[in-house]
Ligand binder design. Sequence first.
Ligand SMILES: Nc1nc2c(c(=O)[nH]1)N[C@H]1C(S)=C(S)[C@@H](COP(=O)(O)OP(=O)(O)OC[C@H]3O[C@@H](n4cnc5c(N)ncnc54)[C@H](O)[C@@H]3O)O[C@H]1N2
Ligand code: MOO
Length: 406
Amino acid sequence: MPEHASSKRTVDDHRAAVTELIGSLPVVRQPLADCLGLVLAEDVAATVSLPPFDNSAMDGYAVRSVDVAGASVESPVRLPVADDIPAGRTEVEPLQPGTVHRIMTGAPLPPGADSIIKVELTDGGTERVLISGDAAPGTHLRRTGEDVREGATVLTAGTVLGPPQLGLAAAVGLADLPVRRRPTVLVLSTGTELVEPGKPLRGGQIYESNSVLLAAAVREIGGQAIVLRFVPDDVEAFRDTIARHIGDADLLITSGGVSAGAYEVVKDALDGHGVDFMKVAVQPGGPQGLGRYLDTPTVTLPGNPVSAALSFELFVRPALLGALGHRVVDRPHATARLASPLRSPAGKRQYRRGRLDRGTVDVVPVGGPGSHLLASFAASNCLIVLDEDTTEVAAGKDVDLLLLDG
Ligand SMILES: Nc1nc2c(c(=O)[nH]1)N[C@H]1C(S)=C(S)[C@@H](COP(=O)(O)OP(=O)(O)OC[C@H]3O[C@@H](n4cnc5c(N)ncnc54)[C@H](O)[C@@H]3O)O[C@H]1N2
Ligand code: MOO
């Protein structure tokens, strides 16, 4: 059967269809420890000010600045130490004129004190202390609310929660945060020829790699992947495996079994059961399927390892990022000079593997266009995008890139 480029779906249309299929994930309150990389779904406010109370920024002595005015090495001031305040003291006695309190970093400032003399400017005394430096009012003090005021919005909806944001949430007293919950994604590989890595390989068999790659790609963006051991090319076994696990899943991703062969298990099992199969005008990654199987969003990727990886990259990754609430779902683009000429099939958007190294202006194609060349993909850090109208690009021409490590 001849291929008609015009009857194929565009990359952008397929991506939009996958995005619509997956939709948005529900908002839940998640403990901070499980929020890394997730997106805040609502603004959140501080339950306390930060700092919550006036406190010392130094280990030293809380003083009234007038009591140490003019103190120096040549003319030190000796004062009685009336109290000792470690960090964590919840009750502090007021500071009486003419006395000091020994105080540690983070300990509450006693009423009446207006500055801190750090211990290095003293003899460190515990009964009486010799102070050989003065301090203007406010020295080494951390004031209530100077970082955050109680009730203020500290993190806004749409923020990607990294270590500093999670630390801030904890500091203002929040134990959990409203986020879009992690999607649970079933990853299922098909093919009688596939053998689990670590087991002996016979002629005609290959090690199964797609489920490892796809599960890692799901986890990288914050999803939970459940890898179902790949099933042989047997429609009933395939349907049984899915039926046993699909209940709790937000998405089913399969790889393999979707092209034109005699044993296309995914197609045979899902076609007419809520999943449609089509060709997308892309290379690699042409044969695709999507729909709802047993009412669960289902995306069927082609089996060639680079096809599966690239299909995830182009269609599933942005859809899952969008479902998680990310505002930026695209990889960064760049333009670079092509180091060696490339050809591309008319009517298809081709994604070639490339390397663009820091400080260089040329992008170097890595390996050929074949969708079985996994090592080339693993050695790349960008994709060279050759659009549907491009059939060749000469060396030295500018090309559009998607940066995979950006
Ligand atoms: N007559 C045609 N043949 C093929 C066409 C076509 O249009 N007409 N399309 C080709 C393209 S493009 C692709 S991509 C593949 C897609 O095929 P399937 O999705 O049916 O995948 P399989 O046949 O099951 O496998 C393809 C290839 O990839 C290897 N594979 C599969 N799964 C895994 C896995 N989990 N880990 C590692 N390797 C895997 C498999 O052994 C095959 O070598 O079809 C072309 N053919
Ligand atoms: O379209 Mo297939 O995915 O190139 O190898």
